[in-house]
Design a binder for this molecule. Structure first.
Ligand SMILES: *Cc1c(COP(=O)(O)O)cnc(C)c1O
Length: 456
């Protein structure tokens, strides 16, 4: 291909200096359309990457190239040697958005995706090939001697086991004694937590960590924006499996680390950009980057996140309310269900768990402060027996029986399939964007089918 029929040939990198600097260099937004003080989440999701839109396309183009041509003007060639250019951005494209070198470092799509995420999470973000690779990268960065971690997603414990093998890390329970923690140690808090969707108090664990010179990393996968912002309660690092709500369509793997703006490296070196710069540098060698297609899907998907997540949260909370009212025998105008429907639920179900049912914590105030945008779209139901739980998914028409969560499609999982630590009577429900009443009716018809089969 000659330069004349290459659309990028018309992009003069020197002429693009008006474009903004992507997230990894500057912590504060440099373009008004990236500024969370000026625009709401729904708007930032659509426009935060406008400054990186170097072509006339309205929809982001799909770039799959692993390598990128250098400037054709010899005077524009600036060798990539960060050590020779103190203070310069880590990546050349931070000065000119058309400049990328090799896709293990940066690509057009992933840079756009990270730019949007940085605006949405209000702190610098780095993406990875999956949620677990993000956690692995973070542990490699911090190398904590001790990690305090509770129940929750079993995969995170798996990463910790690898890390223990490499670095001799001591794993402590989440509620370890305060003085078991020392300077540079880490608390990993998942909230809302797998598989129940129950919430834990972030501010409590932030204080516990900080009083001891340790750090708090919150796995916020179950409550993406606009549901909660763990930085407000004191988190140092927020991790997401972007595979879930950022992706939102069950078709891409992604991990995200977001680092509080003002964190210095352990020991104080590095200044305010210490953590994020080193994470980006490390990622070049860990190699766990999103592919070009995934980066593109990320941009495509995060545009609608606010709509999807708000609806999913509302529908989940309404379903939980209907089911719990039936179990508590609430009748009258308060409930959406008639007496026959309440009886059906009572015959099959034992319990429903979700943050919206944490009455004492809601009265206490911390839970509402922590989740101002609504509760998570995942909850757990416990049936009257393991056998009923094993059979429920095959009776449902609208819920796919599959692991994972966060997509537009509702999912249910007999949780023992993928997590041996959970009782065999427990099912995890991930609510999609279908209509609330259709989902509730699907539960009712499936419960009726179980009642018939099991002669209840
Ligand atoms: C799915 C999940 C992960 C792991 O993310 P992957 O993208 O599957 O690697 C981590 N934490 C939580 C809470 C999850 O749900």
């Amino acid at each position: 291909m000659t330069d004349t029929n290459d659309p990028m040939a018309n992009v003069d990198s020197a002429g693009l200096t008006q474009a903004t600097i992507p997230p990894s260099k500057e912590v504060t937004a440099t373009s008004p359309v990236q500024d969370a003080n000026l625009y709401q989440l729904a708007t930032l999701s659509i426009h935060a990457d406008d400054p990186l839109n170097i072509l006339t396309d309205v929809a982001p183009p799909l770039h799959v190239s692993t390598t990128f041509r250098y400037a054709s003007d010899p005077s524009q060639l600036r060798p990539f040697r960060p050590a020779d250019r103190p203070g310069a951005p880590i990546f050349p494209h931070q000065e000119t958005p058309s400049e990328h070198c090799y896709s293990r470092l940066t690509t057009h799509s992933t840079s756009r995706f990270e730019t949007i995420l940085t605006s949405l999470l209000k702190n610098p973000c780095v993406t990875y090939s999956s949620g677990l690779s993000a956690l692995h990268a973070f542990l490699t960065h911090l190398v904590p001697k001790r990690v305090s971690i509770g129940a929750g997603y079993h995969g995170c414990r798996g990463v910790l086991r690898l890390h223990t093998r490499l670095a001799g890390t001591t794993v402590l329970p989440l509620d370890c004694a305060d003085d078991d923690l020392h300077r540079g140690d880490l608390i990993i808090l998942e909230t809302p937590i797998n598989p129940t969707g129950l919430a834990l108090d972030i501010a409590h664990y932030a204080k516990k960590a900080h009083d001891r010179g340790a750090y708090l990393c919150v796995d916020s996968t179950f409550a993406p924006p606009p549901l909660q912002d763990p930085f407000v309660q004191g988190a140092d690092v927020v991790m997401h499996s972007g595979t879930k709500y950022f992706g939102g369509h069950s078709d891409m793997l992604c991990g995200v680390l977001s680092v509080r703006k003002d964190l210095a490296l352990p020991g104080g070196e590095g200044g305010k950009e210490g953590w994020i710069s080193r994470l980006i540098e490390d990622r070049e060698y860990i190699g766990a980057v999103m592919g070009g297609l995934e980066g593109w899907l990320g941009v495509r998907s995060v545009r609608t996140m606010e709509l999807r997540v708000t609806r999913q949260s509302e529908t989940a909370t309404k379903l939980v309310r209907a089911l719990s009212q039936a179990l508590d025998g609430v009748s009258g105008e308060e409930t959406l269900l008639n007496e026959d429907e309440r009886t059906v639920i009572g015959k099959v179900m034992q319990k429903v768990q979700h943050a919206s049912l944490q009455k004492r914590d809601l009265e206490d105030g911390w839970l509402r402060n922590q989740m101002p945008g609504g509760f998570g779209p995942v909850f757990a139901i416990t049936l009257k027996s393991g056998d009923l739980a094993r059979h429920l998914p095959s009776k449902l028409r609208l819920f796919h029986h599959a692991t994972s969560l966060g997509g537009v499609e509702s999912l249910i999982e007999w949780r023992t399939m993928s997590d041996a630590t959970v009782g065999t009577d427990v099912l995890r429900v991930s609510v999609g964007i279908e209509h609330f009443r259709d989902l509730l009716d699907d539960f009712l018809q499936a419960f009726r089918a179980l009642i018939a089969d099991f002669d209840l």
